[in-house]
Design a protein around this ligand. Structure first.
Ligand code: FAD
Length: 381
């Protein structure tokens, strides 16, 4: 099942996948239990992934990236998520780098992209606030110009990589009377920044090795040169233009996780005996697995086409939203069926399928909820 070769693979990617998979097995998998307990992965593994060239693989080499394309990013996601390793906020890191690449000034690109590619700076993006998530225009975190600086006050919640991040893309209002045209993005180096505070790591249902936090800003001063692209009021447009990329990363994770869940379940049902024979020999088991394998293949073909369209620059927002909606909804059903075949063991945290189930639920919520995805699709019809 998981040996199915995506349409976009080639010989170079086969070699790349082998080294990624070795890295994931040696440097990530053995630590997952500890990472889940401490609520974040080690900073060290970010640096190691960067040193191996696995971060920002689709950022041009002139900015320190891998100089390759999005398929290489996809491989790193897949090798983690099919093993149920959901701790590294690679998606958030990559999309942050792409905001800088696509909208930053030359100086901002040269200053930050090499450090993000090496893992020296872990990226995060802070949009959501306690009072608003889906309705981004309603944010209240304010940046007021004072001389050459912006003075920032407000708070953000549910920020992935927020505990470890060294470079934050902060979504603020630079003009509270201009609606979406008053939204701007600021690049913020978080180390020793007066007035910036990281709240406690939030206790979540799943993805327990991924650090998710609240962030607080009290009279934080950031130089005006840190405004992404150097122009106020462009934030909404900047965020919207890279949404297809972000939504595709969630789809890739979902498909890889489903494929991993099926592989895990196949191994289990061959071992487990019920009523004197392997569980795999029960017709219900065979049919259930045939169903989830067929549905997952359909998701695979869909996401493969999105990956190819990200590479060619043709993926539109509606198609990306369709894939994010459909795959994240399907993921719940597939993992639930796989868990059912594990019986009571499927409910035990030490079983991978249990973690995959809990880790899957948020896919329908983050990076835009299912309802928002449907709204985007409906508007395109
Ligand atoms: C684990 C995790 C990690 C996250 N990481 C990040 C991060 O790194 N950075 C970041 O900025 N945010 C992050 N988020 C926040 C996430 O993007 C938001 O939770 C999400 O966008 C929904 O916003 P909300 O929670 O405020 O829900 P709300 O917007 O309050 O939505 C509540 C319900 O109302 C529905 N709804 C809202 N508007 C409409 C509408 N127009 N039509 C129909 N239904 C609607 C929603 O679909 C949902 O069902 C993360 C969240 C989680 C749980």
């Amino acid at each position: 099942m998981i040996d199915y070769r995506p349409s976009w693979m080639d010989e170079n990617l086969d070699i790349y996948r082998s080294s990624v998979s070795r890295f994931v097995e040696n440097e990530m998998q053995p630590h997952d239990e500890r990472w889940r307990e401490q609520g974040h992965i080690d900073k060290e593994v970010w640096r190691k992934a960067g040193a191996q060239g696995f971060l920002c693989s689709d950022i041009p080499a002139e900015y320190g990236g891998g100089g390759a394309d999005f398929r290489y990013e996809a491989v790193f996601f897949e090798e983690q998520w099919r093993r149920g390793l959901t701790g590294m906020g690679q998606g958030v890191h990559s999309i942050s780098a792409h905001y800088i690449l696509n909208h930053g000034t030359e100086q901002q690109k040269r200053m930050y992209l090499p450090k993000m590619a090496s893992g020296e700076m872990i990226g995060a993006i802070a949009m959501t606030e306690p009072g608003t998530g889906s309705d981004l225009q309603a944010i209240t975190t304010k940046a007021v110009k004072e001389g050459e600086h912006y003075v920032i006050n407000g708070s953000k919640i549910f920020i992935t990589n927020g505990y470890l991040c060294e470079l934050l893309i902060l979504i603020v209002k630079t003009d509270t009377s201009a609606g979406s045209k008053g939204v701007s993005l600021l690049l913020m180096e978080t180390a020793d920044l007066p007035g910036f505070r990281v709240g406690k790591k939030l206790k979540k249902m799943g993805q327990k090795a991924q650090d998710t936090v609240e962030l607080f800003f009290e009279d934080v001063r950031v130089h005006q040169s840190q405004l992404l692209g150097g122009e106020e009021g462009k934030g909404f447009y900047q965020l919207m233009s890279d949404l297809p990329y972000e939504r595709t990363t969630v789809g890739i994770q979902g498909v890889a996780l489903m494929e991993g869940a099926i592989a895990e379940t196949l191994a289990y049902v061959k071992e487990r005996h019920v009523f004197g024979k392997p569980l795999m020999e029960m017709q219900n088991t065979r049919f259930k697995l045939a169903e989830v394998a067929s549905l997952t293949r359909a998701a695979r073909v869909f996401i493969d086409s999105c990956i190819e369209q990200v590479v060619s620059g043709e993926l539109d927002n509606a198609t990306a939203s369709m894939s994010k909606w459909w795959i994240s909804e399907l993921q719940q059903k597939i993992v639930d069926e796989c868990l059912q075949l594990h019986g009571g063991y499927g409910y035990m945290d030490e079983y991978l399928i249990c973690r995959m189930y809990a880790d899957s639920r948020v896919a329908r919520i983050y990076a835009g909820t299912s309802e928002i995805m449907l709204e985007v699709v409906a508007r395109s019809l």
